[in-house]
Design a protein. Structure first.
Length: 452
């Protein structure tokens, strides 16, 4: 059981204690007036839209929210978790920076108020005849991107099997799988890193699939990004698939190579035998070349690259640490997504831009980071940061090693850099496309016309 599940389970006792009272109050509350929200007319549509993808009998949520009988004992917990915006998991600071995203799953203020008023009224059911039709939910075994793209992946890559022992420490699996190669160059438009269902989804915490060509040789730059290879798919629990923006693609050359998998496993209470991760790739139609070429998600470190990896991470017991790093963009660029990566003490990650004229802008801040659910934040096309050459990206991470951190495994320990969840690291995966001066000028002109 991970910390996210345990928080729900601890809340279960409170929910059960209140369930009897809810039964007494609900009938009276339902008669108080038409302005009292009911499950069938007001709450169920919210849950169908924003919660049931995970909270269903086969989902990764720790309880199902499909029926009134399932939801009713959790009314107070739902109220509290949504009011603090812990659920649905959208950890972005809503008070600063860009707020327009393609994949925003957060609830509106009105929806949160509806859930609170429903719980306060005793969680009345309402008229069962007014229950909306059940939502058709995709199975976790299916390709999630297929629904958006209307077709299965053009190419599927598979890791080699790995057995994850139950109740054990973190495991890392590095597998190199020969790749026969494409007959011709293709352009990647979407990718999905899909752990096996159902057990694989419970043990795969994050991972990478990197395609290396020219004999499979590659190297690493100062940010630990792979040089001479293509990071075609990257995953963190909470991320489903990556769809590149229109007109942007990743070039996949023809010919054979090697697919290098790096998978971080976290154990459950039983062995998961011969787990295999699949990676689905969707290409632009043959002969169609997008206007811009991208490297996809690129790692930007927050710890200082002048040290050995992570050597400036030293978090005192019952204390905090703040790290800041800067990255000079030597080419113009457009950013289409961000995905923070820290561990259990990670609390906040901020991305700012200092422009060549000296002005400074806070682009985005994740101020409620959760190691157990690592969202990708995909900017709306018109809101993507468009950065001129010479822009400095300022990245800041905040670590909380106190008892106030609900997923802190032990606030009395010093914390250093490491790959395990109880250790720490800090970097921001940025979906970034570098531009020529001409491409930047065209995009800047388009942006100016859109805003005027």
């Amino acid at each position: 059981m991970d910390a996210r599940d345990s928080r729900w389970i601890r809340a279960f006792g409170t929910a059960l204690a209140m369930a009897g009272a809810l039964g007494v109050v609900s009938e009276t509350a339902a008669q108080e007036g038409a302005d009292v929200p009911t499950f069938t007319e007001d709450v169920a549509p919210i849950l169908q839209e924003s919660c049931q993808t995970c909270h269903n009998p086969e989902g990764i949520g720790p309880m199902s929210f499909m029926t009134y009988e399932e939801v009713r004992p959790w009314a107070e917990v739902i109220k509290r978790q949504t009011q603090i915006r812990h659920m649905p998991p959208w950890h972005l600071d809503r008070t600063v920076g860009i707020q327009e995203f393609k994949n925003d799953i957060s609830l509106t203020d009105e929806e949160i108020e509806t859930l609170a008023r429903w719980a306060d009224a005793g969680a009345p059911q309402g008229d069962p005849a007014k229950m909306p039709p059940p939502r058709s939910l995709p199975s976790g075994a299916e390709w999630q991107a297929e629904a958006e793209l209307g077709r299965p992946p053009d190419l599927v890559l598979k890791s080699t099997p790995f057995t994850v022992p139950g109740n054990g420490p973190d495991q890392w699996w590095d597998a190199s799988v020969p790749f026969e190669g494409l007959d011709e160059e293709r352009w990647l438009m979407a990718a999905e890193f899909k752990p096996a269902y159902p057990d694989g989804k419970k043990v795969v915490h994050h991972g990478h699939a990197v395609m290396a060509f020219g004999g499979g040789q590659s190297s690493f730059d100062s940010e630990d990004n792979v040089v001479g290879a293509k990071g075609v798919a990257r995953y963190g629990v909470g991320k489903t698939y990556e769809m590149l923006p229109p007109g942007i693609g990743m070039r996949i050359p023809a010919g054979p190579g090697v697919v290098n998998f790096n998978i971080h496993y976290a154990s459950t209470d039983h062995d998961v035998v011969d787990d295999v991760v699949e990676v689905g790739l969707w290409f632009y139609p043959k002969g169609q070349e997008p206007a811009l070429e991208t490297e996809g998600e690129v790692q930007f470190r927050v710890d200082n690259p002048n040290f050995m990896r992570g050597q400036d991470i030293l978090i005192p017991p019952n204390g905090y640490q703040v790290l800041t790093n800067t990255h000079l963009l030597e080419q113009p660029a457009v950013i289409h997504s961000i995905r923070p990566h820290m561990h259990t003490r990670g609390k906040t990650m901020t991305m700012e831009a200092i422009y060549p004229d000296g002005t400074r802008e806070l682009l985005s801040q994740v101020n409620n980071y959760d190691h157990n659910w690592q969202n990708t934040y995909t900017y709306a096309d018109h809101a993507r940061p468009l950065l001129p050459k010479g822009t400095v990206l300022v990245l800041t991470s905040v670590y909380d090693n106190t008892a106030n951190n609900p997923i802190n495994p032990d606030p009395d320990q010093w914390v250093i850099f490491g790959r395990r969840g109880p250790d720490e690291m800090g970097h921001l995966w940025i979906g970034i496309t570098y531009l020529t001066d001409e491409q930047y000028g065209e995009l800047a002109a388009d942006r100016s016309r859109e805003t005027n």
